[in-house]
Structures are given as C-alpha cells and as structure tokens.
Design a binder for this molecule. Structure first.
Ligand SMILES: Nc1ncnc2c1ncn2[C@@H]1O[C@H](COP(=O)(O)OP(=O)(O)OP(=O)(O)O)[C@@H](O)[C@H]1O
Ligand SMILES: [Mg+2]
Length: 405
C-alpha cells in the first residue's frame, strides 16, 4: 500500500477516479449531437456537488470526437453583468477556436530590419471579431449574431459539423431591468435566431436548480428550447461502483475494508458524489495508519463516523452556515423539522410549523423575504411551482446536527 496515492477526489470540478452512473445523461447528449438542425439544447442542473461540472467536462471530448468544435467557460457574475460583457465572453471563447483559422492575408508593417509592408496570414481572431462586432449596425444582439454567423462560416471550412457553446455556473446569468441590461434574454434570443437559420450551434448550460426557472422567466420559449437534465444523487449500485471501481488495482485489503463499509458510505453520503469522494478519501487516509501500525493484512477496523461527519461539516457546510444570521438559522431549523424538508416546502408550511416551535413565530411576508435572501445566498431555491427546496444536499441533517451540537 505504501506509495499508493489516495484515489478519491473531493473537490469542485475534480474528475473522479471513476465517473459512476450518468449513462442516460451521456446518451442524451450524444442524441443532441446528432441533430443537423439544432432544435434542442441542454440544461444540466442539480444541487451543489452533484457532478454537473465533471459531467460537462466528459461531454467535451465526446463532442470533439463527433466532429463538433467546443467553446465555453464558466459564467461569472461579472461576465453576465451587461449585454456587451456577455457578448465579449462569447467572442473570447469563440476566438480560441477561430484564431487558428486562416481567412486571408493582411498587410503588416514590419519593424527593425524590414520596416516595409509585408503580407501575413489573417485569422479570424479576437481583434477581427471585435471590429466586426463594432461595425455591425444595430443592437448587441444584431452584432453578436453577425459575429457568430461569420465565425460559423469560418469553422465550417474546417469540416466541423457544428459548434457547441458550453457554459458552467450559468445560474449567474440574469437580466437586470434596473440597469436596462438583458444579457440572459440576449443569449436566448441570439441562439434561437441562429438555430432557426439552420446554423448548427448548440448551447449547453450547467448550473444550480435556479438556472432553468431563470431561463423560462426571461423567455417562455426557453421551455421548448432546452432538454433539462436534472442530476440527482447516484443510486446504490452506482454509488457502490464509485467507491469500489477506483480500488480495482489496489490490494485486496482495501477492497475488503471499503466493501464492508459500502452500506454505511451509501447511507452517510446519500449517494451524493461529492460526499462519496469525501468520505472515501477520509476512510482511505485512516487505513494505512491502522494497517502499518498493526502490520497485519486483517485488521478489525471501525469506521470513524463522527470524525468524518465533523470534517464534512467543517469542509462543506460551515462556510455557508457562517454567513447566515441568527434569525435565518431559526428559519432553517423550522424548515428542517418539516416532514417534507428533503423535498420541497412552502411559506405556509413554515409559518404553521414556526407556531409550534418558536415563541416568536414567523409571519408569511417575513418568510417570503428571508427565503429570497437565502435563495440569493445559494442555500434554498424556488422551483417552477413556487415551492422551495434546499439547494445544498443533505442540508436538513446538517441543520439538525447543529441543534444537537
Ligand atoms: N458520477 C460521479 N461519480 C463519482 N464521483 C463524482 C461523480 N460526479 C461527480 N463526482 C465527484 O463529486 C464532486 C463534485 O463534482 P462537481 O464539481 O462536478 O459537482 P457540481 O455539481 O459541479 O458542483 P457545484 O454545484 O458546486 O458546481 C467531485 O469531487 C467529483 O469528483
Ligand atoms: Mg460545478
């Protein structure tokens, strides 16, 4: 065992040693890649740490192998703060592909020994894109469409069958009426219009569960434009694979110990990928110590459940929890006592429950306002039916643990 590196990878966007499950989702993506005319785009959504980023990462080589070009990045809040900034984001990502495509020659004024004019290759680089953008009359949407159409003509010459734009953290996209900026609507309008013209540019957006309601809130046709893939926790079989497949090349001892603890890991992690990686990493780290000290292949080893939970709480939940106020914590613990806390809950249910639990219960308007603050903080989200859910996996258990701490 000495020398074996802990294979588990808890961390945002870290490719796991084995990507368990997600076969249906990958199949769905392959189906979208077969479209000649793009009628369906994709939204990948789900709670924190469920595996959106790593799934999106596995789509990239798949798309490239099928002949598609791939552009994209994370959508930060600043890149979606205005229409022009979003357009710049898209063009920057597009330029990574097109700046290697030669579209003609340009004059270049030499320096040093050869100050005379020379002809050099002109590629469809960012500067050219930007000047095309600026010189196109109309609104940002008109300019961006023009750039995308020209870029596609360019990419087409490289015999690619289409172009995928993939953006992660897309819940950050929103319109901003108070500043008269509508970057989210711009994105949807531009892609819809380009796709209607038969240009094969496919849009994949990944983000927290607020993403899809945001899209539909901006443009109702978004409902028909996207195939929504909701990533859930892994089922027991896939969780088992996520735990044991990475240990295939490891000594039998490891597989035996982890094998014994599979039901416990399934229970503790709830099948949530980040938790699986986290727990297994911890469990792995304590193994060699026990083993080396003992020097035996067979050790009667207990699973240090309280230690692992304490670490998980500090690592995953504590940061978010620290940013909540006392009154918000009271509200969250009322929610944690609802039978439906793990699924969805309403303002009314919270108000009623608070009457049985608190000396100073919550009023509906207050609950409404606090839920919206908590939604902005990424702790809860409002679904399309106006009900709320926790945006963080297994948050209920964490809240209840805080009360008994
Ligand atoms: N299918 C899977 N099998 C095993 N481990 C996985 C799987 N999917 C994700 N993981 C692991 O779970 C963790 C979280 O994955 P990832 O960062 O992709 O989640 P996310 O949904 O993008 O999270 P966030 O909402 O915070 O952006 C990573 O450590 C990753 O290695
Ligand atoms: Mg992510």
């Amino acid at each position: 065992m000495a020398g074996q590196v802990n294979p588990f990878r808890p961390g945002a966007g870290h490719i796991p040693p084995y990507l368990a499950g997600r076969k249906g989702e990958s199949e769905e993506f392959r189906r979208l890649l077969k479209q000649d005319v793009v009628l369906e785009n994709m939204v990948i959504t789900g709670l924190r740490g469920v595996g959106k980023t790593v799934l999106l990462d596995t789509f990239r080589p798949e798309a490239i192998q099928s002949g598609w070009a791939w552009a994209g990045d994370n959508i930060s809040e600043s890149s979606s703060s205005s229409e022009e900034r979003l357009a710049i984001r898209l063009m920057t990502d597009l330029a990574v592909i097109t700046s290697t495509i030669v579209i003609g020659e340009k004059e270049f004024l030499g320096i040093g020994y050869r100050p005379e004019k020379q002809l050099v290759e002109q590629t469809f680089d960012y500067d050219l894109m930007w000047s095309l953008f600026q010189s196109t009359p109309g609104l940002v949407a008109d300019k961006l469409k023009k750039v995308l159409e020209s870029a596609w003509r360019c990419i087409q010459c490289t015999r690619r069958r289409g172009l995928v734009f993939a953006y992660d953290e897309a819940q950050n996209l929103s319109d901003n009426p108070s500043c008269n900026e509508y970057p989210l609507s711009l994105l949807l309008d531009v892609f819809q219009s380009i796709q209607k013209k038969g240009i094969p540019i496919l849009l994949i957006l990944a983000g927290l569960p607020t993403l899809f309601p945001n899209l539909v809130g901006a443009r109702t046709y978004a409902e028909r434009m996207f195939r929504v893939v909701f990533l859930d926790h892994l089922n027991d079989t896939d969780t088992r694979d996520a735990i044991l497949v990475p240990l295939r090349e490891f000594p039998v001892f490891y597989r035996t110990v982890f094998g014994v603890f599979v039901p416990e890991i399934i229970r503790m992690s709830g099948g949530y990928p980040y938790f699986i990686q986290f727990i297994c990493r911890e469990l792995y780290d304590v193994q060699p110590q026990v083993h080396d000290a003992d020097g035996q292949q067979e050790v009667d080893f207990g699973f240090p459940v309280p230690d692992v939970i304490r670490k998980l709480d500090a690592d995953f939940y504590a940061g978010r929890w620290a940013r909540t106020t006392d009154r918000q914590r009271e509200l969250l613990s009322v929610i944690a006592h609802l039978d439906s806390a793990d699924e969805e809950f309403t303002v009314r249910e919270i108000v009623i429950k608070s009457k049985t639990l608190l000396p100073k219960p919550f009023r509906p308007s207050h609950v409404n306002q606090m839920l919206s603050t908590l939604a902005n903080a990424g702790i809860v989200y409002k679904n399309r039916h106006g009900k709320y859910s926790f945006a963080v996996p297994l948050l209920r258990q964490f809240i209840l643990r805080q009360q008994h701490a």
